[in-house]
Structure formats: structure tokens, C-alpha cells
Design a binder for this molecule. Structure first.
Ligand code: NAD
Ligand code: GLY
Length: 350
């Protein structure tokens, strides 16, 4: 097992390894005066891992209750959020008790926002069960729900008290969902880590999961320590996401987040090459690693349509969008791009 310590407004450990689910009870019980744990999960993950998490908690002498909602992004909304708050109140959780998020990014974001809001904040544990959640959403304290006007429009920065990543849970992921997480792993190595990039190119989908997840979490820890509230360095984690959100929206969310981010990274890299920001070697390296993982490097949408959809991205600030563009593997620049230049930037990368 590896441990990464995150230092932020609340500091905590991220534990990464095999066989960790059965230890969650003793770890939760050691967290203070906890009596009750509300497990928040969804309809796909709960039947797979719910019993073992619940047993571990009750073996450690903790009372449990469960809030299970239908799997999928469509559930990450205000209605599920309010139902969860009411459930916590009906079950009389106190600020000494705990929420445990068991699932992917949807569960983590929703449960985390409920933890931030209920009684003005109760502690929560993230137990990520997707690769995306393991390397990204469970660490760093961004929590959110979607509103009819767009994704993640209501939320809070609220750090968990512990993240427990049992890599065995990744064995039941559908191949497509695992690949989606790989797009985020690739994002980290393009941003920060040529050695990790080389490992991924060499090993493809059979990369060393414990080592790679640990490295990604270390990289994210460093970003969060510098810029917890996303006003500077953390923006880089948006590599591929602005154009990616445009692709997701244009496809009516038929194209998954990971696939859209992969194509988004390819598009900004090609645009960067066209504008002289990176060399051909960097462009080709980015395209190669995406291909090794079977991720898309292009999309069928027009620059004009991607531009319109991408503009609703919340990372826009005034008349400028901060696009993240690779300069070299391990080194990306933040390029403030006036809104009226975005379409031609995207066009250069298609
Ligand atoms: P998800 O939670 O919907 O999980 C993807 C799919 O995998 C779902 O169908 C789920 O039921 C299934 N699943 C989960 N774990 C499984 C397992 N172990 N075995 C089998 N099936 C399993 O989606 P995700 O990709 O994990 O996360 C996407 C969400 O994360 C989005 O809502 C996005 O906005 C959010 N996100 C948040 C942050 C952040 O910093 N908070 C960062 C990135 C993404
Ligand atoms: N997923 C991007 C971030 O945590 O900032």
C-alpha cells in the first residue's frame, strides 16, 4: 500500500493499494468520536462492494445507513442532493459522524457536496471505484452537482478526511470506463511527468496500477498544495477539458468525458503546433500515447460549434478563456485566449 499525504485547508491521507475495502471500518473508527456512517453509493457499485464496506464498518462497531441512487451523471442533480440531505437529517447524523462516498466521480461529487452542506459541514471519506475518481475527483476537494444550465454549476471546495483507493475495485470496471480514466492519467503525464509518459507509452493499458495511481495523486497533491481554490496553477488540470466539454455537449453527452478530453488534448496540441507553441515531436508524442490507449485524436464537429459549446464552460473569465497548451511533454502553458480568437484556435487543431 502507498500513502500520499495531502496538505490543504484540511489535511488527509490518500491510501492506494489492494485489499483496502475491508479495512475501512477500523480506519473510520479511528477518526474520532464517530458513531454512525452514512454510505452514499449508486445502483451499479453498491451490489458489488456495498456488503463488504458495510461489514467492515459494523465489525468496527459503527452504525451504518445507506443512501443508494441510480447510477449515472443524470443523478448528480439538485433533486438527489436534497433527498440525500433529508436522508441525513432523518437518520440524525451529527457533525461527529461520517459520510462515506463509495463509487466513481458522480458519487464522490454528490456526497462531497452533501458533506460540505449538511450541518454546515460533516467529515467524509472518499472510496473511489473508478480510475478517474482514483486519480482525480476523489482528491483535492472539488465537490459539485449539475444544474439544468450546465455541469458542476453548484458546489463547494471541501476536502475529505481520508481517501481510500482499493485498486481491486477497478477489476470490475467496463473497459470503456477504465479507458476514460486513462485519459486523465495521460493528462497528468503531459502536464508534469515525462517518466510517467514513457511508462504509459511502453506498457499501454497494462500499466502498473498502484504505482501510476500513486504518482498521479502525488502530482495532484502538489497542485492542490499550491492552489487549492483554483485561481492559478490548478487551471492546468483543465488540459483538454475546454474543447472536450464542447465535444461532450455537441454529442449530447453520447461521447464520454474521457473520450472527449482525449480528443480535446489532441486538438489543443495540434493547434499549439500550428501556432509554434510546441515542436512536431511533442505533437506526435501526444497523438501516439492517445492512440496506444485506443482513445480518439479527432472529432467530427465543426470549430464553430465546438467554440459555441465550449464558451459555456465555467472556466471562462470575462472575455478570455484560459487554454492549456503543451509546450513539451511535462511542460504546458496557460494561454489566455480572447473569446473571439477561440474559434480559429480550435480550427487550427482539427
Ligand atoms: P461515474 O461515477 O458515473 O462512473 C462511471 C461508470 O462506472 C458508472 O456507470 C458507474 O456505475 C460505473 N462504476 C463505477 N465504479 C465501478 C466499478 N468498480 N465496477 C463497475 N462499474 C463501476 O463516473 P466517473 O467517470 O467516475 O466520474 C465522472 C464524474 O466525475 C463527473 O460527474 C465529473 O464531473 C466528475 N469529476 C469531478 C472531478 C473533481 O475534481 N471533483 C474531477 C473530474 C471529474
Ligand atoms: N479535476 C480538476 C481539478 O481538480 O481541479
Amino acid at each position: 500500500m502507498n500513502t500520499v499525504h495531502v496538505t490543504a485547508s484540511r489535511s488527509y491521507d490518500v491510501l492506494i493499494g489492494s485489499g483496502l475495502l475491508s479495512t475501512v471500518g477500523q480506519r473510520a473508527a479511528a477518526m474520532g468520536n464517530v458513531k454512525k456512517v452514512c454510505i452514499v453509493s449508486e445502483s451499479t457499485v453498491w451490489p458489488l462492494y456495498g456488503a463488504s464496506v458495510r461489514k467492515s464498518l459494523s465489525d468496527a462497531g459503527l452504525e451504518t445507513c445507506e443512501f443508494i441512487f441510480p447510477a449515472g451523471e443524470k443523478s448528480k442533480n439538485g433533486q438527489t442532493f436534497l433527498s440525500l440531505l433529508n436522508f441525513l437529517a432523518e437518520n440524525r447524523l451529527t457533525r461527529a459522524d461520517l459520510i462515506l462516498a463509495l463509487g466513481g466521480g458522480v458519487v464522490g461529487d454528490l456526497a462531497g457536496f452533501a458533506a460540505a452542506s449538511f450541518l454546515r459541514g460533516i467529515p467524509f471519506i472518499q472510496v473511489p471505484t473508478t480510475l478517474l475518481a482514483a486519480v482525480d475527483s476523489s482528491v483535492g476537494g472539488k465537490t459539485a452537482i449539475d444544474l439544468p444550465a450546465g455541469k458542476n454549476l453548484a458546489g463547494a471546495f471541501y476536502q475529505p478526511s481520508l481517501v481510500l483507493c482499493d485498486i481491486d475495485t477497478l477489476n470490475t470496471l467496463p473497459a470503456e470506463t477504465f479507458r476514460d480514466g486513462c485519459a486523465e492519467v495521460i493528462k497528468y503525464c503531459i502536464l508534469y511527468d515525462p517518466a510517467l509518459f514513457a511508462h504509459l507509452l511502453e506498457r499501454g493499458l497494462s500499466f502498473d496500477r498502484e504505482a501510476v495511481i500513486t504518482r498521479c495523486v502525488e502530482l495532484k497533491r502538489d497542485v492542490v498544495a499550491q492552489d487549492e481554490f483554483d485561481t492559478g496553477a490548478r487551471m492546468r488540470l483543465n488540459l483538454g477539458h475546454t474543447v472536450g466539454h464542447g465535444i461532450e455537449a455537441q454529442s449530447n453527452f453520447e461521447i464520454s468525458h474521457g473520450q472527449a478530453v482525449a480528443a480535446g488534448m489532441a486538438i489543443v496540441t495540434r493547434a499549439g503546433y500550428a501556432l509554434g507553441i510546441c515542436e512536431q515531436e511533442t505533437r506526435d508524442a501526444v497523438l501516439s500515447v492517445l492512440r496506444v490507449f485506443g482513445l480518439p485524436v479527432a472529432c467530427k464537429y465543426r470549430a464553430e460549434d465546438l467554440y459555441r459549446s465550449a464558451l459555456s464552460d465555467k472556466k471562462r473569465s470575462g472575455g478570455t478563456v484560459n487554454l492549456i497548451v503543451p509546450r513539451r511533454i511535462g511542460d504546458c502553458v496557460i494561454r489566455p485566449t480572447p473569446v473571439d480568437e477561440m474559434q480559429s484556435f480550435i480550427q487550427a487543431g482539427l
